[in-house]
Design a protein around this ligand. Structure first.
Ligand code: GDP
Ligand code: IMO
Ligand code: MG
Length: 427
């Protein structure tokens, strides 16, 4: 059996939740490996419609261990709300676990995220304000508090007291706002600890044992490659690593154990928040896509910026991640268009750029060069076989495969689990 990493290949919201829910049927474990509740993964299946922020999207399949890996930052209040909602819908959460190494989002993280966004003014990143930048900064600065700390009352109090001294100095002296109360945070987090303790485990060995027993494990990515702090459109990025290599760091397995790396791409491009997006359509077609596809953020409700498929960014993403296959989602959204464009190159000062630029000022000046393909104008939502797709839709899929030099294994033609075409079996 295999370990399959499911990776956001663009700027997030590619439909990872749907693909993980679909593939989890045959898996023994699903592990979220990065991000926090900045993620919003929509899953629509017989249990209903869910927007999961932290719980892995495999939770709807009985007997599948669903694990929040060490690479995830956990906001306990959000997680408890999510667990309650799942239980209310009769979803079995007995196989749900949280890594004891996962970092906790504390009240000062969300506070700092908001204060920093305000301070940036016009240059705001457009974060989700969930405390992601500050929590991962603290992890690296060795100022973090982890879920294992919740299991040790006295140790937790002394760690919190030390860290809070530092945070309160910044809050009062730099931002001129009131300090936070040690006692209030301590008591609040003790109450979370009581409810979360049954789920907290050393999850690395659980995952490694499942792999050793040759059962399938899915590593569920959050965000997307173009938001990676190393390879994305820095500084308009997130603060943990969404890419394939991050799936090892964030779960505790080794690189050699991954057998498939599936890049989830939308059939066009969206982005939410600030930063350059070469193929953005600030016109009627962009608005049409947004309204037809209801492109509004699952976490913040913000309108998503929409544009044509960017094969330059797509190739870059494919190379960084080493995709062995692609899941192409939302093909049905393009059903209504007469013609469809694909960006195949960036032009800068009359020259074609070979590599995806590092500097966002350069990227912002790049002009996309487009190839135009004929639309199909036929609904695809009910199609379940590749050969039944309209010929123009197959032509579009084949052209993307050619441009990305990677086979498309799954084509999604609707938000429901069954609205999927399996072109090549993965599990
Ligand atoms: P994620 O963060 O990558 O899991 O993606 P989101 O859930 O934030 O956004 C994807 C959106 O597309 C959700 O509203 C899904 O229900 C929806 N979706 C996923 N696949 C398809 C598809 O093939 N067609 C359509 N129309 N919607 C889809
Ligand atoms: P999923 O997992 C889309 C974006 C934010 C912002 C930038 C930094 O649902 O695909 P952060 O709060 O992480 O510090 O914000 O990253 N962003 C996402 N965009 N999908 C996501 O997650 C995102 N998570 C963060 O909009 O531009
Ligand atoms: Mg999302």
């Amino acid at each position: 059996m295999s370990v399959i990493a499911i990776i956001g290949a663009q700027w997030g919201d590619e439909g990872k939740g749907k693909i993980v829910d679909l593939l989890s049927e045959k898996a023994k474990a699903v592990v979220r490996y990065s991000g926090g509740d900045n993620a919003g993964h929509t899953v629509i299946n017989p249990y209903g419609e869910f927007k999961l922020h932290l719980v892995p999207s495999g939770i709807f399949h009985k007997g599948v261990a669903c694990i929040i890996g060490n690479g995830v930052a956990v906001n306990p209040a959000i997680l408890l709300e999510e667990i309650n909602n799942l239980q209310k819908h009769d979803v079995d959460t007995r196989n749900f676990f949280i890594s004891d190494r996962a970092h906790l989002i504390m009240p000062y993280h969300t506070l700092f995220d908001g204060l920093e966004e305000e301070r940036r003014g016009q240059g705001a990143i457009g974060t989700t304000r969930k405390g992601i930048g500050p929590v991962f900064a603290d992890k690296i600065a060795r100022l973090g508090i982890r879920t294992c700390d919740l299991l040790n009352k006295n140790g937790f109090r002394s760690r919190l007291s030390q860290v809070l001294e530092n945070k309160n100095a910044i809050l009062t002296k730099i931002y001129n706002v009131s300090p936070l109360s040690l006692e209030d945070i301590y008591q609040q987090y003790l109450s979370y600890a009581e409810r979360l303790a049954p789920f907290i485990r050393n999850t690395g060995p659980i995952i490694r044992d499942i792999i050793a027993a040759k059962q399938a494990v899915i590593l569920e990515g959050a965000q997307g490659t173009m938001l990676d702090p190393d390879f994305g459109t820095y500084p308009y990025v997130t603060s943990s690593s969404p890419i394939a290599s991050g799936s090892c760091t964030g779960s505790g397995i080794n690189i050699g154990q991954i057998s498939h790396v599936i890049g989830v791409f939308k059939a066009y491009t969206t982005r939410v928040g600030g930063g350059p997006m070469p193929t953005e359509l600030k016109d009627k077609i962009g608005d049409f896509i947004r309204e037809r596809a209801n492109e509004y953020g699952a976490t913040t409700g913000r309108p998503r910026r929409c544009g044509w498929f960017d094969a330059v960014a797509g190739c870059y993403s494919t190379q960084i991640n080493g995709f062995t296959g692609i899941a192409l989602t939302r093909l049905d959204v393009l059903d209504a268009l007469d013609s469809i464009k694909i960006c195949t190159a960036y032009e800068l000062d009359g020259k074609i750029l070979k590599d995806f630029p590092c500097d966002i000022d350069v990227l912002a000046k790049c002009k996309p060069a487009y190839e135009e393909l004929q639309g199909w104008r036929i609904p695809t939502n009910d199609i379940r076989q590749y050969r039944q797709l309209p010929s123009q839709a197959r032509r579009y899929v084949r052209r993307l495969e050619e441009l990305l030099s990677c086979p498309i294994s799954i084509i999604s033609v609707g938000a429901n689990r069954e609205q999927s075409i399996i072109a090549k079996q993965i599990i």
